[in-house]
Design a protein around this ligand. Structure first.
Ligand code: NAD
Length: 332
C-alpha cells in the first residue's frame, strides 16, 4: 500500500522503514505537517500516517477522500486532532496505537516531579558554572505527600504505582473508576476534593470537549497553595494564562509540562535561532519553578519500537481486509 507519512523525523523514517521491511508498503516521507496546505501531497496514497500535531480536520479529510485515501494511521494514542465524524462520513478508517509502553509517559511525569521538587534543573546549571551554593535549592520529601491522579487509565495507573513506591498517598479522579487503582492503594474522590488535598496533581486523561481547560482559574483557586502540577497528557487540558497567573501569585508551587496548548507552532522543531512570537511559552520558561519538555514523554526506544510495529501492522491489516484491532470509532 502507498502510504504518505507526515511529520516524519529521522527516527520515524529509520524505525518505520525497519518495521516495514517484511510488510513491503511504499512509504513516502514528508517533514511537513498534514494540513490543508499539504494535503495535495497525498493524492494516490491509500493511507496517511500522522502524529500528534497533524491537523486531520473536516476539510483535510474531504481532500483525502477525494484523493483516494481510505486510512488514517495515527502514530500515537491520542486522537483529538482527528475529526472522527468527518472521517466516518467519508468512509475513512482511523487507527491509532492503543498501547505502547505506558511506562515511558508515566516515568517522564515522575522525572518532572523529581526534578521540580529537588530543583535538579537549577542545580545542573549552577554546578556547570562552578556554583556549589545550596541556598535556593531546598527541596521536599515525596514520602508522605498526597498525589492526585486525574485519569487512572494505563498511564495513570503505572504512574500511581511508581508514586506509591515513594510512599505517597494516592487519590484519583476518573469518569470510569478502575479497581486496579484502588488495589494499588488509591482512593477515588471528587475533582474538588482532589484539587484541595493534593500536593502534586498529575493529568493522565485524554483531551475531549469535556476535559478542555479542566485546569482553569477556578480549579487552581481550589488547589492546595504551593501544589505541583504535571501535564504529560495534552496541552488543552490546561488554561495556560490561568496557570501563569497562579504561578505569579504563588498559588501554584511548580509546573512541569510535556505538552502545551499552542505546541503545534513550536514543538518538534529547533527554533533556537529565531524569535519565538509566543509570549505565553516565553513567560513559562522564564519561571525558575517551571520545566517544559517538548512532547518527549513517549520518546523511549521501547515505545517508538512498539509504535512503528503497531502502525505497520494496522496498515497491513487494512490492506489485506483483516479486522482493525486498533480502530478508533466516532461517538455518535
Ligand atoms: P487510557 O485511555 O488508558 O486512560 C485515560 C483515562 O482517562 C481513562 O481511565 C478514562 O476513563 C479517563 N477519562 C476520560 N475522560 C475523563 C474525564 N472527563 N475525566 C476524568 N478521567 C477521564 O489512556 P492512556 O494510555 O493512559 O493515555 C492518557 C493520555 O496520555 C492520552 O489521552 C494522551 O493524551 C496522553 N499521552 C501523552 C503522551 C506524551 O508523549 N506526552 C504519550 C501518550 C499518551
Amino acid at each position: 500500500m502507498k502510504v504518505a507519512v507526515f511529520s516524519a523525523k529521522r527516527y520515524d523514517r529509520e524505525l518505520l522503514a525497519a518495521a516495514n521491511a517484511n510488510a513491503g508498503h511504499e512509504l513516502i516521507f514528508f517533514d511537513d505537517l498534514l494540513e490543508i496546505s499539504t494535503v495535495a501531497l497525498t493524492v494516490g496514497c491509500g493511507a496517511v500516517c500522522v502524529f500528534v500535531n497533524d491537523r486531520v480536520d473536516a476539510p483535510v479529510l474531504a481532500a483525502l477522500a477525494a484523493g483516494g485515501t481510505r486510512l488514517v494511521a495515527l502514530r500515537c494514542t491520542g486522537f483529538n486532532n482527528v475529526d472522527l465524524k468527518a472521517a466516518a462520513a467519508h468512509g475513512i478508517k482511523v487507527v491509532r496505537v492503543t498501547e505502547y509502553s505506558p511506562y515511558s509517559v508515566a516515568e517522564h511525569a515522575v522525572a518532572l516531579i523529581l526534578a521540580l521538587s529537588r530543583k535538579i534543573h537549577r542545580a545542573y546549571n549552577r554546578t556547570r558554572d562552578g556554583n556549589f551554593e545550596l541556598d535556593g535549592l531546598l527541596g521536599a520529601d515525596l514520602h508522605g505527600r498526597t498525589v492526585g491522579v486525574i485519569g487512572t487509565g494505563k498511564i495513570g495507573r503505572v504512574f500511581s504505582r511508581i508514586m506509591s513506591g515513594f510512599g505517597c498517598r494516592l487519590i484519583g479522579y476518573d469518569k470510569i473508576p478502575n479497581p486496579d487503582f484502588e488495589a494499588s492503594g488509591g482512593r477515588y474522590v471528587q475533582l474538588s476534593e482532589l484539587a484541595a488535598r493534593s500536593d502534586i496533581v498529575s493529568l493522565h486523561c485524554p483531551l475531549t470537549p469535556e476535559t478542555y481547560h479542566l485546569v482553569d482559574a477556578d480549579a487552581l483557586a481550589l488547589a492546595k497553595p504551593g501544589a505541583i502540577l504535571i501535564n504529560t497528557s495534552r496541552g488543552g487540558l490546561v488554561d495556560t494564562e490561568a496557570v501563569i497567573a497562579a504561578l505569579k501569585s504563588g498559588q501554584l508551587g511548580a509546573l512541569g509540562i510535556d505538552v502545551y496548548e499552542q505546541e503545534t507552532e513550536l514543538f518538534f522543531q529547533d527554533l533556537s535561532s529565531t524569535i519565538i512570537p509566543d509570549d505565553l511559552i516565553q513567560r513559562l520558561v522564564s519561571f525558575p519553578n517551571v520545566i517544559v519538555t517538548g512532547h518527549q514523554a513517549f520518546f523511549t526506544r521501547e515505545a517508538i519500537g512498539t509504535i512503528c510495529a503497531t502502525t505497520i501492522s494496522s496498515i497491513s491489516a487494512y490492506a489485506e481486509g483483516r479486522p482493525l484491532e486498533h480502530e478508533v470509532h466516532a461517538v455518535v
